[in-house]
Ligand binder design. Structure first.
Ligand SMILES: Cc1cc2nc3c(=O)[nH]c(=O)nc-3n(C[C@H](O)[C@H](O)[C@H](O)COP(=O)(O)OP(=O)(O)OC[C@H]3O[C@@H](n4cnc5c(N)ncnc54)[C@H](O)[C@@H]3O)c2cc1C
Length: 503
């Protein structure tokens, strides 16, 4: 430890999630004097990145673009798979969809243009990928067909991704310490000279020439959620780490950094109402996702007053789940129930079937509602009956496409996948909102340099991952978070290492 305390690092990176580790690997491509500091202990390292499915969105033109990214390109199913294409234009259109009329921001363009290159760079550093057969493909005429533009996930999902990145970082010669919380960035004569931190509980100064902030947004901080997102957000569950308290944003602001992006926006999804307040890394990885409840498109959602409040079948879940968390939060007491009948049990995501999933079950809708004390049972029964009566029975249900099987004549219709809820047994899953990450952050340029309130670069300071503002505004196409973390992490590490050569 003394060796670390006495050394002057060229680059110190704060955080050990995907963005920070990519910054570390990238810096080590040209500079051997790199340290990562992580606030959590060795059990909880890896931030939100470790909770992810490792799914990464990037533009590609054909099967060929994917082959050198795959862990097992010779796997039997590959030859029988049509990955289709996900063009840059489509990726841009998907981002635009969530901009509420605003044009693509410069950083969004940058993300799309460099997305494939970023994944290829990761693959060149021994991070390999698997096709997401279970969630993003269906079989048609004996062939696997991919949909939705989200095609690959890191081998071993989020856990595998950050573990492989950490392995690469350490094997390239980087140093990493845990239990080290950054408190303040120190400047001497307008030049970064160190970081004040709590190392194993003791206040310490680590010396360095540049700092890369990769320490997440403010989603774990109840007070900041209430301040920026609104008072109700204090009640939200946190889907991932408890360590992303907005400290990086605060430290940068003290050096004059300007905020950027939508500070009242965040990614949030319907979650099991009875999950713990934070995500749980002690569960096996597949179980960690079980709190998520995003198969609402195959049923309906009712609030405490017994009313529907969203078009559950508006689009594929990739395009609605990040907004529907907020919709649940806005309901009375921030709770709701998802109703399904037997017909659709098999196509619900696996997290609806794990042992800990909370749900009510009965053989009649009346008996089901009787079990739910805090819903208006009469109103809920009326809503379910009128929903059933308005379902268009002439159109076939097809979960692999937007099937147009809708309701007719309701104040709030369901646009696709509207099947009746009339086959016993019936289930109701209680849900609330779980926040994934926040959209507001720091302003950076394409080199990941942090910009100050006068529009100038703050010398030696870089940011990446959730800390970057101005990338996502009112929603985001799933899988873009890890890709942007890797992209800006890579550029932050490269820029920091280059800056050191100018000193
Ligand atoms: C349940 C879940 C599933 C998701 N699934 C996906 C997915 O499949 N695909 C996708 O693209 N995105 C997904 N996301 C979003 C994704 O997690 C984020 O976009 C991405 O992981 C953010 O990476 P990051 O490196 O910026 O932050 P993080 O991975 O959260 O890392 C930040 C790190 O900084 C540390 N830290 C914080 N403060 C300090 C401090 N003061 N000093 C030192 N260290 C500090 C934290 O402990 C943490 O380790 C998911 C998120 C969640 C919660």
């Amino acid at each position: 430890m003394n060796a670390i305390l006495n050394k002057i690092y060229d680059v110190i990176i704060i955080g050990s999630g995907n963005a920070a580790l990519c910054a570390g690997i990238s810096a080590l491509e040209t500079n051997q004097n790199v340290l990562i500091i992580e606030k959590a202990d060795e059990k909880e390292w890896g931030g939100n990145s470790r909770y992810t499915a490792g799914a990464m969105r990037f533009a590609y033109d054909s099967n060929e673009d994917l082959m050198n990214l795959l862990k097992n390109p010779t796997e039997e199913r590959i030859a029988n798979t049509d990955f289709g294409s996900y063009t840059k234009e489509k990726f841009k259109a998907d981002l635009l969809h969530f901009n509420e009329g605003e044009p693509l921001a410069e950083l969004q363009e940058f993300l799309v243009e460099n997305s494939l290159d970023t994944i290829q760079w990761l693959a060149s550093h021994n991070i390999k990928f698997d096709p997401i057969y279970s969630r993003q493909s269906f079989i048609k005429d004996g062939k696997y067909i991919f949909w939705g533009g989200l095609t690959l996930e890191a081998e071993g999902e989020g856990d595998g991704l950050v573990s492989d990145e950490r392995k690469e970082f350490l094997s390239l010669g980087g140093a990493l310490i845990y239990n080290c919380e950054a408190l303040e960035i120190i400047q001497t004569n307008n030049q970064i000279s160190g970081i004040k931190c709590l190392l194993d509980g003791n206040e310490t100064v680590l010396n360095c020439k540049t700092v890369v902030l990769g320490c997440g947004g403010f989603e774990s901080n109840k007070e900041l959620r209430e301040k920026y997102l609104g008072p109700d957000w204090g009640k939200a569950k946190v889907r991932g780490t408890r360590h992303n308290m907005g400290k990086g944003i605060e430290m940068a602001q003290k050096l004059g950094a300007v905020l950027s992006g939508n500070f009242s926006g965040c990614h949030a999804v319907p979650m099991d109402r009875f999950m713990p307040d934070y995500g749980n890394l002690n569960l096996p990885h597949i179980e960690r996702k079980h709190y998520r409840k995003i198969s609402y498109l195959f049923g309906i959602m009712l609030n405490q007053e017994g009313n529907r409040f969203v078009d559950e079948g508006l689009d594929f879940r990739n395009y609605t789940y990040a907004q529907f968390g907020k919709a649940v939060l806005e309901q009375p007491n921030s709770i709701a129930w998802q109703f399904f009948d037997k017909k659709n049990f098999d196509i619900l995501y696996s997290e609806y079937k794990t042992n800990d999933a909370s749900f009510y079950e009965a053989d009649t809708i009346e008996a089901l509602l009787e079990q739910i004390e805090d819903i208006d049972q009469q109103s809920a029964l009326k809503t379910i009956k009128s929903y059933n009566a308005s379902v268009d029975k002439s159109t076939a249900f097809d979960p692999t496409i937007k099937d147009g099987k809708s309701t007719k004549g309701l104040v709030l219709n369901k646009t696709n996948w509207a099947t009746t809820i009339d086959q016993a047994p019936f289930r109701a899953y209680p849900v609330t909102a779980g926040i994934t990450f926040t959209y507001g952050g720091l302003k950076v340029n394409k080199k990941a340099e942090v910009i100050d309130t006068n529009g100038n670069v703050i010398p030696g300071l870089y940011a990446c991952g959730e800390m970057v503002g101005g990338l996502f505004f009112y929603g985001y196409p799933g899988g873009s978070g890890l890709t942007s973390g890797s992209l800006f992490g890579r550029y932050a590490g490269k820029s920091a290492a280059k800056f050191c050569t100018t000193l």
